[in-house]
Design a protein around this ligand. Structure first.
Ligand SMILES: [Zn+2]
Length: 82
C-alpha cells in the first residue's frame, strides 16, 4: 500500500468517524427530547411578568396552555396532574 493511499483511507475514516459521532450526538439529542420531563408550575406571584404559568425544565421558557412539547425547544413535557 502506498503511503498516499493509506493517508486517503485514514482521511476518509476520520471524516466517517466525525459524521458517525455527529449523527450519534444528534440521535441522542433527539431521543432525549422525547423523554418527558416535568414542567414546573409557577404560583401566581411568580408568574407575574412571565409569558405563562408552566415553565420548561430544559429551556425555562414559559407558556399558558398544556402543550405536549415545549413550544420553544421541543422538549416533551408532562404535567403534575398526569
Ligand atoms: Zn423548552
Amino acid at each position: 500500500m502506498e503511503i498516499k493511499e493509506a493517508i486517503e483511507i485514514l482521511t476518509r475514516l476520520r471524516f466517517d468517524d466525525d459524521d458517525i459521532s455527529i449523527a450519534i450526538e444528534k440521535a441522542i439529542y433527539a431521543l432525549e427530547k422525547q423523554m418527558p420531563q416535568d414542567a414546573r408550575i409557577l404560583s401566581m406571584s411568580q408568574a407575574e411578568g412571565c409569558v405563562g404559568y408552566w415553565v420548561c425544565p430544559v429551556c425555562r421558557s414559559g407558556w399558558g396552555d398544556e402543550f405536549e412539547y415545549c413550544p420553544e425547544c421541543g422538549q416533551k413535557v408532562r404535567y403534575a396532574d398526569e
